[in-house]
Ligand binder design. Structure first.
Ligand code: PSV
Ligand code: MN
Length: 434
């Protein structure tokens, strides 16, 4: 089996946690007391927070880039094995990222069984498989330049379908349970594509992919209003996707990538609508100021992330939506930070938003809404959002064997320096979205 190389010693995590233990206990007690005054039992929050998990994207552990340039850091992953090692480090320190989402062909394993056992040995599993129909690979016979699943040429559509079927096969061998499909198909010019027939072609193609899914699998479909097609995309919004997923059947669900919305879109409301329609499949978390910026989660709009989780917790406690278990995943491009640090901080911010949402007094909120008391209803949400739940997050992490301060331990361990020695420049893959 492949040697994973340097791993952060457990003893270092314990030592660092020990140094902070007394202060953490104090902070936790104070927060417990404050929450108690609001009739919130901190233990019940800890129990729910402790169960939360979010997957990391294999393409996120390498430096990303823009269409202008990519500035890789040192010690980046050379291949899918290294990506798993970096992902396992994120999980080791945060305790909440036990699965990695692979992107094919970037991560196509030569021997899926060997990759699966290696993943197990470093303590991670596999999340959704992602197909790639927005790039041509060297030697590819049919080009995706004018589309993939919706291309006018049946041979291109066939090749794109076959690619997704291959992703399912690899995923089966790895123990994945889902396929995520995003296409860049669309138009740069009015008149370039026929809106209705391109959607019909999509539906036909995705039906075939859907049929190939094992019965336990989910098919997550992403919408996006623009880019790379800049005038129109075929799967432009959640309404279109609602139509598609309901034509396909219960295994097909919509995936909400936060960056796939025009500025100022009320994403939390889309989340509520998809929940109500029974079609919310999961999330690709990231943040943005202008478009699909792929910035770190909650770095720009933490209140929006909180409001999204508020809708999710609303559904979680609503008996009529007991069945919803959205798949949570991060989908970011780290251009100026150490990707491992960004992913750890993002995972924490996502958990923070969830934990804050758990603090909303929903009985009171319903009363205020019933009485049309807009100010008090809003204040109630803000009270939960303003609560610093860091002591809960630290408590949960330490309890799981993670680090009270993941970035602190990561830096102290000199992980990146060690990996730079193991993975010399010139051997690293150009991972990340360019
Ligand atoms: C593209 O914007 C995108 O976010 C897709 O949604 C995929 O999930 C990801 O990048 C990688 O292909
Ligand atoms: Mn995405």
């Amino acid at each position: 089996m492949r040697d994973p190389g340097f791993r952060i010693p457990k003893s270092l995590i314990e030592e660092e946690n020990h140094k902070q233990a007394q202060l953490l206990r104090k902070d936790y007690e104070v927060l417990g007391e404050q929450l108690g005054r609001r009739e919130i039992d901190i233990d019940s929050i800890v129990e729910k927070t402790g169960k939360f998990e979010v997957a990391v994207p294999s393409w996120g552990v390498g430096t990303g880039g823009t269409r202008f340039a990519r500035f890789p850091g040192s010690g980046e992953p050379r291949d899918v094995y290294d990506k798993l090692v970096d992902s396992s480090t994120i999980h080791q320190l945060t305790g909440i990222t036990p699965r990695v989402s692979l992107h094919i062909p970037w991560d196509r394993p030569e021997d899926p069984a060997a990759l699966r056992s290696f993943a197990g040995s470093v303590g991670v599993g596999f999340d959704a498989m992602n197909s790639n129909m927005f790039q041509d690979q060297p030697g590819q016979k049919f080009s995706y330049k004018f589309g993939s699943l919706t291309h006018t040429d049946v041979s291109v559509r066939r090749a794109a379908i076959e690619h997704n079927l291959e992703c399912i096969e690899i995923g089966k061998a790895l123990g994945s349970q889902a396929l995520t499909v995003w296409i860049g198909d669309g138009a740069n010019f009015p008149g370039q594509i026929d809106f209705r027939s391109s959607l019909t072609r999509y539906l036909e193609a995705v039906t075939e992919i859907h049929h190939a899914l094992p019965s336990s699998w989910k098919l997550f479909l992403e919408y996006k209003p623009y880019e790379p097609a800049l005038y129109a995309t075929v799967i432009n919004d959640w309404g279109t996707l609602y139509y598609v997923t309901s034509q396909l059947g219960p295994q097909a669900l919509a995936l909400v990538d936060l960056g796939h919305h025009l500025p100022n879109t009320n994403i939390e409301m889309i989340v509520a609508r998809l929940i109500q329609c029974g079609k919310l499949g999961g999330f690709h978390f990231n943040d943005s100021k202008y478009g699909d910026d792929d910035l770190d989660s909650a770095s720009i709009k933490p209140f929006q992330l909180f409001l999204i989780f508020h809708e999710l917790v609303n559904a979680e406690v609503d008996p009529s939506h007991k069945g919803i278990h959205p798949a949570y995943m991060i989908d970011q491009s780290h251009n100026v930070t150490d990707p491992i640090e960004s992913l750890m901080v993002s995972a924490e911010e996502i958990l923070r938003a969830y934990t804050q949402a758990l603090l909303v007094n929903r009985v009171k909120l319903t009363e205020y809404q019933q009485e049309n008391d807009a100010l008090m209803a809003h204040r109630l949400l803000k009270e939960a959002f303003r609560t610093d739940v860091s002591p809960i997050l630290q408590h949960v992490r330490v309890r799981k064997g993670g680090a009270a301060d993941p970035v602190g331990v990561y830096r102290t361990s000199q992980y990146r320096k060690r990996k730079s020695a193991e993975r010399p420049t010139g051997t690293t893959a150009s991972t990340g979205i360019v």
